[in-house]
Design a protein around this ligand. Structure first.
Ligand code: SAM
Length: 482
Protein backbone atom coordinates (compact mmCIF):
# COMPACT_ATOMS: atom_id res chain seq x y z
CA UNK A 1 0.00 0.00 0.00
CA UNK A 2 1.44 3.42 -0.91
CA UNK A 3 2.35 5.39 2.21
CA UNK A 4 0.16 8.43 1.31
CA UNK A 5 -2.92 6.10 1.09
CA UNK A 6 -2.12 4.58 4.53
CA UNK A 7 -1.85 8.02 6.17
CA UNK A 8 -5.24 9.00 4.70
CA UNK A 9 -6.87 5.94 6.37
CA UNK A 10 -5.06 5.82 9.75
CA UNK A 11 -6.00 8.77 12.03
CA UNK A 12 -2.86 10.32 13.46
CA UNK A 13 -2.95 10.54 17.29
CA UNK A 14 -2.31 14.17 18.26
CA UNK A 15 0.90 14.59 20.23
CA UNK A 16 0.21 14.54 23.99
CA UNK A 17 0.84 17.88 25.66
CA UNK A 18 4.11 18.11 27.62
CA UNK A 19 5.24 20.33 30.47
CA UNK A 20 6.81 23.46 29.05
CA UNK A 21 4.71 23.51 25.86
CA UNK A 22 3.68 27.03 24.88
CA UNK A 23 0.22 27.14 23.26
CA UNK A 24 -2.31 29.53 21.92
CA UNK A 25 -5.82 28.73 23.17
CA UNK A 26 -9.33 30.09 23.00
CA UNK A 27 -10.83 29.63 26.46
CA UNK A 28 -14.13 27.78 26.31
CA UNK A 29 -15.92 27.98 29.67
CA UNK A 30 -15.50 28.56 33.40
CA UNK A 31 -14.46 25.49 35.37
CA UNK A 32 -13.87 24.51 38.98
CA UNK A 33 -11.63 26.55 41.34
CA UNK A 34 -11.83 29.77 39.34
CA UNK A 35 -10.04 28.33 36.30
CA UNK A 36 -11.25 28.29 32.69
CA UNK A 37 -11.19 25.29 30.39
CA UNK A 38 -10.01 25.08 26.78
CA UNK A 39 -9.40 22.23 24.31
CA UNK A 40 -6.16 21.71 22.46
CA UNK A 41 -6.35 18.93 19.85
CA UNK A 42 -9.08 17.31 21.96
CA UNK A 43 -7.05 17.57 25.18
CA UNK A 44 -8.47 19.51 28.11
CA UNK A 45 -6.36 22.38 29.46
CA UNK A 46 -7.23 24.36 32.62
CA UNK A 47 -5.86 27.88 32.94
CA UNK A 48 -6.32 30.25 35.91
CA UNK A 49 -6.79 34.03 35.49
CA UNK A 50 -8.57 33.71 32.13
CA UNK A 51 -12.18 34.19 30.99
CA UNK A 52 -14.39 32.32 28.54
CA UNK A 53 -13.93 33.61 24.97
CA UNK A 54 -10.42 34.96 25.51
CA UNK A 55 -7.54 34.11 23.15
CA UNK A 56 -4.49 33.55 25.30
CA UNK A 57 -0.92 32.33 25.22
CA UNK A 58 -0.14 29.82 27.97
CA UNK A 59 2.62 27.51 29.18
CA UNK A 60 1.81 23.93 30.27
CA UNK A 61 2.97 23.36 33.86
CA UNK A 62 1.36 20.02 34.70
CA UNK A 63 -0.15 17.09 32.83
CA UNK A 64 -1.88 13.90 33.82
CA UNK A 65 -3.86 11.25 31.93
CA UNK A 66 -7.05 13.31 31.70
CA UNK A 67 -6.02 16.94 31.43
CA UNK A 68 -3.23 19.53 31.47
CA UNK A 69 -2.81 22.65 33.56
CA UNK A 70 -1.18 25.79 32.21
CA UNK A 71 -0.11 29.24 33.35
CA UNK A 72 -1.24 32.35 31.55
CA UNK A 73 1.60 34.06 29.65
CA UNK A 74 -0.41 36.76 27.88
CA UNK A 75 -3.93 37.70 26.90
CA UNK A 76 -4.04 38.09 23.10
CA UNK A 77 -7.74 38.98 22.86
CA UNK A 78 -9.37 40.05 26.07
CA UNK A 79 -12.98 39.50 27.22
CA UNK A 80 -15.17 42.58 27.80
CA UNK A 81 -15.85 41.01 31.22
CA UNK A 82 -12.20 41.25 32.26
CA UNK A 83 -11.49 43.85 34.92
CA UNK A 84 -8.39 45.11 36.71
CA UNK A 85 -7.81 43.24 40.00
CA UNK A 86 -7.92 45.60 42.93
CA UNK A 87 -5.24 43.79 44.92
CA UNK A 88 -1.54 44.01 44.20
CA UNK A 89 -1.07 40.41 45.42
CA UNK A 90 -3.63 38.94 42.98
CA UNK A 91 -2.08 35.85 41.38
CA UNK A 92 0.59 35.46 44.10
CA UNK A 93 -1.91 35.05 46.95
CA UNK A 94 -4.18 32.02 47.28
CA UNK A 95 -7.02 34.03 48.81
CA UNK A 96 -8.91 35.28 45.73
CA UNK A 97 -9.14 33.65 42.31
CA UNK A 98 -11.65 35.84 40.47
CA UNK A 99 -10.64 39.46 40.94
CA UNK A 100 -9.92 39.71 37.20
CA UNK A 101 -13.61 38.97 36.42
CA UNK A 102 -16.25 41.73 36.63
CA UNK A 103 -18.56 40.94 39.55
CA UNK A 104 -21.72 40.52 37.44
CA UNK A 105 -19.82 37.97 35.32
CA UNK A 106 -18.56 36.13 38.45
CA UNK A 107 -22.23 35.56 39.34
CA UNK A 108 -23.06 34.31 35.82
CA UNK A 109 -20.07 31.94 35.85
CA UNK A 110 -21.00 30.53 39.26
CA UNK A 111 -24.58 30.06 38.05
CA UNK A 112 -23.38 28.13 34.99
CA UNK A 113 -21.05 25.96 37.08
CA UNK A 114 -23.85 25.01 39.48
CA UNK A 115 -26.01 24.06 36.48
CA UNK A 116 -23.25 21.82 35.12
CA UNK A 117 -22.51 20.14 38.45
CA UNK A 118 -26.20 19.53 39.17
CA UNK A 119 -26.67 18.05 35.69
CA UNK A 120 -23.50 15.94 35.56
CA UNK A 121 -23.04 14.87 39.16
CA UNK A 122 -26.53 15.02 40.72
CA UNK A 123 -28.37 13.84 37.60
CA UNK A 124 -30.73 16.82 37.85
CA UNK A 125 -30.72 18.38 34.35
CA UNK A 126 -34.18 19.91 34.83
CA UNK A 127 -33.64 21.41 38.27
CA UNK A 128 -34.66 25.07 38.36
CA UNK A 129 -31.56 26.99 39.44
CA UNK A 130 -32.30 30.62 40.18
CA UNK A 131 -29.74 33.34 39.52
CA UNK A 132 -27.43 33.74 42.53
CA UNK A 133 -28.23 36.44 45.06
CA UNK A 134 -25.27 38.77 44.54
CA UNK A 135 -23.54 40.88 47.18
CA UNK A 136 -24.06 44.62 47.25
CA UNK A 137 -20.55 44.84 48.79
CA UNK A 138 -18.30 42.53 46.73
CA UNK A 139 -15.19 43.79 48.59
CA UNK A 140 -14.50 44.37 52.29
CA UNK A 141 -17.16 41.86 53.27
CA UNK A 142 -15.29 39.30 55.38
CA UNK A 143 -15.93 39.44 59.11
CA UNK A 144 -13.08 36.98 59.79
CA UNK A 145 -9.61 36.43 58.35
CA UNK A 146 -6.93 34.04 59.52
CA UNK A 147 -3.39 35.24 58.83
CA UNK A 148 -0.34 33.02 59.36
CA UNK A 149 3.12 33.79 60.70
CA UNK A 150 5.95 31.94 59.01
CA UNK A 151 9.71 31.61 59.06
CA UNK A 152 9.49 31.06 55.28
CA UNK A 153 8.43 34.16 53.38
CA UNK A 154 7.16 33.78 49.81
CA UNK A 155 7.87 36.73 47.52
CA UNK A 156 5.27 38.00 45.07
CA UNK A 157 6.21 38.53 41.41
CA UNK A 158 6.44 42.32 41.99
CA UNK A 159 8.66 41.82 45.04
CA UNK A 160 11.02 39.60 43.04
CA UNK A 161 11.06 42.06 40.13
CA UNK A 162 11.72 45.01 42.45
CA UNK A 163 15.20 43.65 43.28
CA UNK A 164 14.77 44.85 46.88
CA UNK A 165 16.46 42.53 49.39
CA UNK A 166 13.81 41.12 51.73
CA UNK A 167 14.23 39.36 55.06
CA UNK A 168 12.72 36.01 54.15
CA UNK A 169 12.75 34.63 57.70
CA UNK A 170 9.61 36.44 58.92
CA UNK A 171 6.19 36.83 57.32
CA UNK A 172 2.64 37.50 58.44
CA UNK A 173 -0.01 37.09 55.77
CA UNK A 174 -1.64 34.50 53.52
CA UNK A 175 -0.41 31.40 51.72
CA UNK A 176 0.37 31.42 47.99
CA UNK A 177 -1.94 29.14 45.92
CA UNK A 178 -1.53 25.48 46.94
CA UNK A 179 1.53 26.16 49.14
CA UNK A 180 0.87 25.82 52.87
CA UNK A 181 4.56 25.87 53.73
CA UNK A 182 5.20 29.51 52.83
CA UNK A 183 3.52 32.81 53.53
CA UNK A 184 3.18 35.95 51.48
CA UNK A 185 3.70 39.03 53.67
CA UNK A 186 0.42 40.88 53.11
CA UNK A 187 0.12 44.64 53.61
CA UNK A 188 -3.28 44.96 51.98
CA UNK A 189 -6.30 42.70 51.53
CA UNK A 190 -9.53 43.96 50.05
CA UNK A 191 -11.74 41.28 51.53
CA UNK A 192 -11.61 42.80 55.04
CA UNK A 193 -12.05 46.39 56.21
CA UNK A 194 -9.21 48.93 56.25
CA UNK A 195 -9.24 48.82 60.06
CA UNK A 196 -8.42 45.11 60.00
CA UNK A 197 -5.52 45.62 57.61
CA UNK A 198 -4.12 48.49 59.71
CA UNK A 199 -4.28 46.11 62.68
CA UNK A 200 -2.55 43.33 60.71
CA UNK A 201 0.30 45.70 59.85
CA UNK A 202 0.47 47.00 63.42
CA UNK A 203 0.69 43.48 64.88
CA UNK A 204 3.41 42.59 62.36
CA UNK A 205 5.51 45.63 63.38
CA UNK A 206 5.02 44.94 67.07
CA UNK A 207 5.83 41.22 66.92
CA UNK A 208 8.88 41.78 64.69
CA UNK A 209 10.29 44.39 67.04
CA UNK A 210 9.64 42.14 70.04
CA UNK A 211 11.99 39.54 68.56
CA UNK A 212 9.46 36.74 69.01
CA UNK A 213 10.08 33.93 66.53
CA UNK A 214 7.53 32.98 63.85
CA UNK A 215 6.37 29.38 63.51
CA UNK A 216 8.71 27.14 61.53
CA UNK A 217 6.61 24.32 60.08
CA UNK A 218 9.68 22.28 59.11
CA UNK A 219 11.27 22.12 62.58
CA UNK A 220 7.93 22.49 64.40
CA UNK A 221 9.23 25.35 66.54
CA UNK A 222 8.70 29.06 66.99
CA UNK A 223 6.22 31.11 69.02
CA UNK A 224 3.99 33.20 66.70
CA UNK A 225 1.49 31.08 64.77
CA UNK A 226 -1.59 33.03 63.59
CA UNK A 227 -3.43 36.28 63.85
CA UNK A 228 -7.20 35.88 63.53
CA UNK A 229 -9.19 39.09 63.15
CA UNK A 230 -12.99 39.08 63.57
CA UNK A 231 -15.03 42.21 63.07
CA UNK A 232 -18.72 42.78 63.67
CA UNK A 233 -20.61 44.12 60.64
CA UNK A 234 -23.29 45.84 62.72
CA UNK A 235 -21.63 46.77 66.01
CA UNK A 236 -18.37 48.61 66.76
CA UNK A 237 -16.68 45.42 68.02
CA UNK A 238 -13.48 43.82 66.80
CA UNK A 239 -11.45 40.88 68.13
CA UNK A 240 -7.75 40.19 67.70
CA UNK A 241 -6.82 36.58 68.44
CA UNK A 242 -3.10 35.83 68.53
CA UNK A 243 -2.36 32.11 68.26
CA UNK A 244 0.93 31.16 69.89
CA UNK A 245 2.92 28.07 70.76
CA UNK A 246 2.87 28.54 74.55
CA UNK A 247 1.88 31.39 76.85
CA UNK A 248 4.05 34.46 77.46
CA UNK A 249 2.10 36.69 79.82
CA UNK A 250 4.44 39.67 79.75
CA UNK A 251 4.50 39.77 75.96
CA UNK A 252 0.71 39.47 75.69
CA UNK A 253 0.16 42.27 78.23
CA UNK A 254 2.60 44.49 76.28
CA UNK A 255 0.73 43.72 73.06
CA UNK A 256 -2.57 44.45 74.83
CA UNK A 257 -1.31 47.88 76.01
CA UNK A 258 -0.04 48.64 72.52
CA UNK A 259 -3.34 47.76 70.84
CA UNK A 260 -5.41 49.70 73.38
CA UNK A 261 -3.37 52.86 72.80
CA UNK A 262 -2.78 52.59 69.01
CA UNK A 263 -5.85 50.64 67.82
CA UNK A 264 -8.65 51.53 70.28
CA UNK A 265 -11.24 49.95 67.97
CA UNK A 266 -9.90 46.52 69.00
CA UNK A 267 -12.47 45.79 71.71
CA UNK A 268 -10.99 42.49 72.82
CA UNK A 269 -7.64 40.69 72.60
CA UNK A 270 -7.45 36.95 73.17
CA UNK A 271 -4.52 34.53 73.07
CA UNK A 272 -5.12 31.00 71.79
CA UNK A 273 -2.41 28.65 72.96
CA UNK A 274 -1.78 25.85 70.48
CA UNK A 275 1.12 23.55 71.33
CA UNK A 276 0.09 20.87 68.82
CA UNK A 277 1.97 20.50 65.55
CA UNK A 278 -1.23 20.71 63.49
CA UNK A 279 -1.67 23.84 61.34
CA UNK A 280 -4.83 25.06 63.05
CA UNK A 281 -5.98 28.21 64.81
CA UNK A 282 -7.73 26.10 67.45
CA UNK A 283 -5.79 25.43 70.64
CA UNK A 284 -5.98 23.77 74.01
CA UNK A 285 -6.58 27.02 75.92
CA UNK A 286 -7.72 30.60 75.33
CA UNK A 287 -6.58 33.49 77.56
CA UNK A 288 -8.54 36.75 77.41
CA UNK A 289 -6.02 39.59 77.63
CA UNK A 290 -8.57 42.40 77.69
CA UNK A 291 -12.22 42.97 76.80
CA UNK A 292 -14.99 40.36 77.01
CA UNK A 293 -13.25 37.62 74.96
CA UNK A 294 -15.94 37.63 72.26
CA UNK A 295 -17.64 40.00 69.82
CA UNK A 296 -21.31 40.32 68.98
CA UNK A 297 -22.92 40.67 65.56
CA UNK A 298 -26.44 40.68 64.19
CA UNK A 299 -28.32 38.71 61.58
CA UNK A 300 -31.58 40.57 61.01
CA UNK A 301 -33.02 41.21 64.48
CA UNK A 302 -31.00 38.46 66.19
CA UNK A 303 -27.84 39.12 68.18
CA UNK A 304 -25.05 36.53 68.30
CA UNK A 305 -22.13 36.25 70.70
CA UNK A 306 -19.16 34.99 68.74
CA UNK A 307 -16.40 33.29 70.70
CA UNK A 308 -12.87 32.98 69.19
CA UNK A 309 -13.37 29.40 67.90
CA UNK A 310 -17.08 29.56 67.07
CA UNK A 311 -18.41 29.15 63.53
CA UNK A 312 -20.20 32.23 62.20
CA UNK A 313 -20.95 32.83 58.50
CA UNK A 314 -18.00 34.94 57.28
CA UNK A 315 -20.10 37.42 55.28
CA UNK A 316 -22.64 38.89 57.70
CA UNK A 317 -24.64 40.93 55.15
CA UNK A 318 -24.98 38.01 52.75
CA UNK A 319 -25.73 35.67 55.69
CA UNK A 320 -28.86 37.79 56.17
CA UNK A 321 -29.87 37.06 52.57
CA UNK A 322 -29.03 33.38 53.13
CA UNK A 323 -31.30 33.20 56.19
CA UNK A 324 -34.10 34.88 54.21
CA UNK A 325 -33.75 32.29 51.42
CA UNK A 326 -33.67 29.39 53.92
CA UNK A 327 -36.77 30.79 55.65
CA UNK A 328 -38.69 31.19 52.38
CA UNK A 329 -37.82 27.72 51.08
CA UNK A 330 -38.37 25.96 54.42
CA UNK A 331 -41.84 27.57 54.69
CA UNK A 332 -42.14 26.63 58.36
CA UNK A 333 -45.50 26.77 60.16
CA UNK A 334 -46.14 27.10 63.89
CA UNK A 335 -46.97 23.38 64.10
CA UNK A 336 -43.60 22.29 62.73
CA UNK A 337 -40.74 20.61 64.49
CA UNK A 338 -37.54 21.63 62.67
CA UNK A 339 -34.20 19.80 62.81
CA UNK A 340 -31.18 22.07 62.19
CA UNK A 341 -28.46 19.54 61.39
CA UNK A 342 -24.84 20.82 61.65
CA UNK A 343 -26.24 23.89 63.41
CA UNK A 344 -22.97 25.63 64.43
CA UNK A 345 -23.82 28.45 66.82
CA UNK A 346 -27.49 28.23 65.86
CA UNK A 347 -27.92 30.98 63.24
CA UNK A 348 -30.43 29.01 61.15
CA UNK A 349 -32.21 27.45 64.12
CA UNK A 350 -32.72 30.82 65.77
CA UNK A 351 -33.79 32.45 62.49
CA UNK A 352 -36.50 29.81 62.04
CA UNK A 353 -37.53 29.49 65.69
CA UNK A 354 -40.15 32.24 65.66
CA UNK A 355 -42.11 30.57 62.85
CA UNK A 356 -41.80 27.01 64.25
CA UNK A 357 -43.28 25.02 67.13
CA UNK A 358 -39.74 24.05 68.12
CA UNK A 359 -36.26 23.52 66.73
CA UNK A 360 -33.71 20.82 67.57
CA UNK A 361 -30.11 21.47 66.53
CA UNK A 362 -27.23 19.01 66.33
CA UNK A 363 -23.61 20.11 66.22
CA UNK A 364 -20.25 18.38 66.77
CA UNK A 365 -18.39 21.22 68.54
CA UNK A 366 -19.42 21.45 72.16
CA UNK A 367 -18.44 25.13 72.48
CA UNK A 368 -20.63 25.98 69.50
CA UNK A 369 -23.57 24.29 71.26
CA UNK A 370 -22.82 26.33 74.40
CA UNK A 371 -22.81 29.46 72.15
CA UNK A 372 -26.04 28.40 70.40
CA UNK A 373 -27.77 27.87 73.76
CA UNK A 374 -26.61 31.23 75.12
CA UNK A 375 -27.53 32.92 71.81
CA UNK A 376 -31.07 31.55 72.20
CA UNK A 377 -31.20 33.02 75.74
CA UNK A 378 -29.71 36.33 74.52
CA UNK A 379 -32.59 36.61 72.04
CA UNK A 380 -35.25 35.36 74.49
CA UNK A 381 -35.93 32.30 72.31
CA UNK A 382 -37.21 29.37 74.33
CA UNK A 383 -38.23 26.74 71.79
CA UNK A 384 -34.75 25.59 70.69
CA UNK A 385 -32.75 22.63 72.00
CA UNK A 386 -29.13 22.15 70.95
CA UNK A 387 -27.32 18.84 71.32
CA UNK A 388 -23.64 18.23 70.79
CA UNK A 389 -22.27 15.09 69.17
CA UNK A 390 -21.17 13.46 65.95
CA UNK A 391 -24.05 13.33 63.47
CA UNK A 392 -23.20 9.77 62.52
CA UNK A 393 -23.54 8.54 66.11
CA UNK A 394 -26.31 10.86 67.26
CA UNK A 395 -28.85 10.78 64.45
CA UNK A 396 -30.32 7.34 65.22
CA UNK A 397 -33.89 6.05 65.64
CA UNK A 398 -33.33 6.39 69.42
CA UNK A 399 -32.68 10.13 68.91
CA UNK A 400 -35.93 10.55 66.97
CA UNK A 401 -37.81 8.69 69.70
CA UNK A 402 -36.32 10.93 72.37
CA UNK A 403 -36.70 14.30 70.63
CA UNK A 404 -39.57 13.56 68.24
CA UNK A 405 -39.48 13.25 64.43
CA UNK A 406 -38.94 16.36 62.28
CA UNK A 407 -41.44 17.94 59.87
CA UNK A 408 -38.68 20.00 58.26
CA UNK A 409 -34.93 19.46 58.13
CA UNK A 410 -32.37 22.16 57.47
CA UNK A 411 -28.96 20.71 56.61
CA UNK A 412 -25.73 22.71 56.45
CA UNK A 413 -22.84 20.23 56.61
CA UNK A 414 -19.13 21.09 56.38
CA UNK A 415 -17.42 21.11 52.95
CA UNK A 416 -17.14 17.32 52.80
CA UNK A 417 -20.93 16.96 52.92
CA UNK A 418 -22.78 14.15 54.70
CA UNK A 419 -21.49 10.69 55.55
CA UNK A 420 -23.46 8.20 53.35
CA UNK A 421 -24.98 6.64 56.49
CA UNK A 422 -26.15 10.09 57.67
CA UNK A 423 -27.77 10.69 54.25
CA UNK A 424 -29.55 7.33 54.56
CA UNK A 425 -30.73 8.18 58.08
CA UNK A 426 -31.93 11.65 56.97
CA UNK A 427 -33.97 9.95 54.22
CA UNK A 428 -35.63 7.69 56.78
CA UNK A 429 -36.72 10.51 59.13
CA UNK A 430 -39.80 11.24 57.00
CA UNK A 431 -39.64 15.06 56.99
CA UNK A 432 -41.88 16.62 54.33
CA UNK A 433 -39.24 19.22 53.41
CA UNK A 434 -35.46 19.33 53.43
CA UNK A 435 -33.53 22.54 52.83
CA UNK A 436 -29.95 21.63 51.99
CA UNK A 437 -27.44 24.50 52.35
CA UNK A 438 -23.89 23.90 51.14
CA UNK A 439 -20.67 25.74 50.39
CA UNK A 440 -19.44 22.86 48.22
CA UNK A 441 -21.61 22.05 45.20
CA UNK A 442 -19.70 18.84 44.41
CA UNK A 443 -20.41 17.17 47.78
CA UNK A 444 -23.93 18.61 47.71
CA UNK A 445 -24.57 17.04 44.28
CA UNK A 446 -23.38 13.65 45.58
CA UNK A 447 -25.65 13.92 48.64
CA UNK A 448 -28.66 15.01 46.54
CA UNK A 449 -28.21 11.83 44.54
CA UNK A 450 -28.15 9.81 47.77
CA UNK A 451 -31.42 11.46 48.87
CA UNK A 452 -33.12 11.16 45.48
CA UNK A 453 -34.97 7.90 46.16
CA UNK A 454 -37.13 9.57 48.80
CA UNK A 455 -36.82 13.27 47.89
CA UNK A 456 -37.44 15.35 44.76
CA UNK A 457 -35.23 18.41 44.24
CA UNK A 458 -37.55 21.34 43.49
CA UNK A 459 -35.41 24.45 43.16
CA UNK A 460 -31.92 25.75 43.92
CA UNK A 461 -31.17 29.29 45.08
CA UNK A 462 -27.47 30.16 45.27
CA UNK A 463 -26.31 33.03 47.48
CA UNK A 464 -22.88 34.51 46.83
CA UNK A 465 -21.26 34.67 50.24
CA UNK A 466 -17.75 34.72 48.80
CA UNK A 467 -17.27 37.36 46.04
CA UNK A 468 -13.82 37.42 44.33
CA UNK A 469 -13.36 33.72 45.17
CA UNK A 470 -14.64 30.63 43.36
CA UNK A 471 -16.80 29.58 46.33
CA UNK A 472 -20.59 29.88 46.42
CA UNK A 473 -23.32 28.89 48.86
CA UNK A 474 -26.12 26.87 47.29
CA UNK A 475 -29.53 26.24 48.88
CA UNK A 476 -31.62 23.38 47.48
CA UNK A 477 -35.26 22.71 48.38
CA UNK A 478 -36.25 19.01 48.51
CA UNK A 479 -39.77 17.67 48.89
CA UNK A 480 -40.64 14.18 50.09
CA UNK A 481 -41.82 11.87 47.30
CA UNK A 482 -45.29 10.59 48.06
C1 SAM B 1 -21.17 25.08 57.54
S1 SAM B 1 -21.18 24.97 59.27
C2 SAM B 1 -22.88 25.22 59.65
C3 SAM B 1 -23.15 26.54 60.24
C4 SAM B 1 -24.52 26.93 60.63
N1 SAM B 1 -25.57 26.33 59.85
C5 SAM B 1 -24.63 28.47 60.54
O1 SAM B 1 -25.28 28.98 59.63
O2 SAM B 1 -23.99 29.15 61.35
C6 SAM B 1 -21.01 23.24 59.50
C7 SAM B 1 -21.03 22.82 60.95
O3 SAM B 1 -20.98 21.39 60.99
C8 SAM B 1 -20.29 21.01 62.17
N2 SAM B 1 -19.86 19.60 62.00
C9 SAM B 1 -18.81 19.12 61.30
N3 SAM B 1 -18.77 17.78 61.35
C10 SAM B 1 -19.83 17.38 62.10
C11 SAM B 1 -20.31 16.11 62.54
N4 SAM B 1 -19.68 14.99 62.18
N5 SAM B 1 -21.42 16.07 63.30
C12 SAM B 1 -22.04 17.22 63.66
N6 SAM B 1 -21.64 18.46 63.28
C13 SAM B 1 -20.54 18.55 62.52
C14 SAM B 1 -19.16 22.02 62.23
O4 SAM B 1 -18.62 22.12 63.52
C15 SAM B 1 -19.84 23.32 61.77
O5 SAM B 1 -20.32 24.06 62.87
Amino acid sequence: MPSDQRSAETPVEPRKLQRGDVLELVMEKPADRGKCLAYHNGQVVFVPHTLAGERVQVKVVKRNRKYAEAHLLSVLESSPNRTIPRCRYFGSCGGCTLQHVAYTQQLKDKHQLIREVMTRQADLPDLEIRAPVGATEPYGYRNKMEFSFSAYRWLSRQEIDSETVYDKSFALGLHPPGNFAKVLDINECHLQSEKCIALLNGVRDFTRKSNRVPWNWRYKEGFLRNLVIRESAHLPELMANLVTFGYDEEFMLDLGNHLQSEYPYVTTLVNTINTSHAQTTFGERIETIYGPGFIRDRIHDLTFEIAPGAFFQTNTLQAENLMTVVGELADVTTNDHVYDLYCGTGAMALSLAKSAARVTGIELVEDAVVNATSNAALNAIENCTFISGDMLKLLTPAFTTEYGPPDIIVLDPPRAGMHPKVAAQVSRLGARTIVYVSCNIQSQARDLKALSESYRAVVAQPVDLFPQTHHIENVVLLKQKL
